[in-house]
Design a protein around this ligand. Sequence first.
Ligand SMILES: NC(=O)C1=CN([C@@H]2O[C@H](COP(=O)(O)OP(=O)(O)OC[C@H]3O[C@@H](n4cnc5c(N)ncnc54)[C@H](OP(=O)(O)O)[C@@H]3O)[C@@H](O)[C@H]2O)C=CC1
Ligand SMILES: O=C([O-])CC(=O)C(=O)O
Length: 440
Amino acid sequence: MAVAEFTPSSSSIIKKTSLYSSQLSYVSTHQISYKRRFSLRPLQRTHYANICCSVTSNEVQAPVVTNDLKKKPECFGVFCLTYDLKAEEETSCWKKLINVSVSGAAGMIANHLLFKLAAGEVFGPDQPIALKLLGSERSIQALEGVAMELEDSLYPLLREVSIGIDPYEVFQDAEWALLIGAKPRGPGMERADLLDINGQIFAEQGKALNAVASRNVKVIVVGNPCNTNALICLKNAPDIPAKNFHALTRLDENRAKCQLALKAGVFYDKVSNVTIWGNHSTTQVPDYLNAKINGFPVKEVIRDTKWLEEEFTEKVQKRGGVLIQKWGRSSAASTAVSVVDAIRSLVTPTPEGDWFSTGVYTDGNPYGIAEGIVFSMPCRSKGDGDYELVKDVIIDDYLRSRIKKSEDELLAEKRCVAHLTGEGIAVCDLPGDTMLPGEM
Ligand SMILES: NC(=O)C1=CN([C@@H]2O[C@H](COP(=O)(O)OP(=O)(O)OC[C@H]3O[C@@H](n4cnc5c(N)ncnc54)[C@H](OP(=O)(O)O)[C@@H]3O)[C@@H](O)[C@H]2O)C=CC1
Ligand SMILES: O=C([O-])CC(=O)C(=O)O
């Protein structure tokens, strides 16, 4: 590696070289975790100061090798260089690196999401990130491919990429955990079986988060059945605040906004205050009572109660299934977009008067919904990663009865996974019509 090859643009640094080291690390006497690590050396974080702040300055100092390369066995090529930057080139405009762990990282949703995360679409253009990708023995090769594509994309904000199959390694110091991986329900599989199989994955991941993640990690569960998976996860992570766990219902909110906009003949940015209540399943309740179009109650703009009560509600509830029939696979791109929306809603202040939906723990909720389940409700955030439930919503008899149905379903799911939440022996009496949005 010749110093002469160096050019001052950030992308050329990443393009020309990459660190690619593989190692076998012994996790326990029984389990071997195969881990590959793609990493940028700290010098690049310094280099990033040039990228984000000195747009007007072309003056970049020539690199100076200050360390003995032999003392850095992990580094490769240009990443072994240490730059002796002038003090004034240090800036305060870039934030501290954050660790984002993603499970199911070789799957379809992740294939869209990871590139949005790395591009800065989620946490912003001044937020460097480390991506820690969780796969399995079956997906480790695919995961290497994903990591290589991330490398080849030359994202300046992407500081580190690591892949592994052990959640205790991959969730280390995670500040965000995006839990996407889950077994899809196959033909003839009972929902109780799906709850059990996926529940075990989320019980293990909850334990791992509890052991090694940041104490204030924010967890977004995407893998279905996401509400109950999130419940299992949080119950297995008693040292992390229960309110930090979310089940993704933002896709449902986006779908509802789209249908309301279409019916009212407005662009969808005119639709606000849409709540999805309940489970990410066909019992979910898209709330048109509190929603607004151009700041007016939906019912004043769309004067077709029959459409709202029946067609609209069912369309949103079954959108995932219709899409699977057309596409032959479940929503991946729009789900990834909705994960972006869900995170952005937590890291940016909610616009005045508006709110967003997310599935969160019901303890202390002001709506009279049973405690101890993960239920989608309206929330506002100050942009600090935390949220509060919105109090000023109207719940009429129609809404109440619909919400009750979703609540009953989630309570039944909870009884069915009692063995995974530490609440005794599981009893599965699931309502017969319980379905994921993708099932029809
Ligand atoms: N909440 C929501 O709004 C939505 C949720 N979803 C859900 O998101 C999840 C992921 O969807 P998508 O990315 O499209 O799915 P993919 O099938 O593309 O990927 C799923 C990943 O899950 C992992 N997985 C974990 N356990 C198993 C298992 N036992 N059998 C098979 N795969 C397993 C696999 O990765 P590995 O082998 O590395 O573990 C696989 O890569 C699904 O549960 C889906 O239902 C989908 C759309 C919307
Ligand atoms: O059932 C699925 O996998 C798809 C799904 O959740 C959705 O489209 O909302």
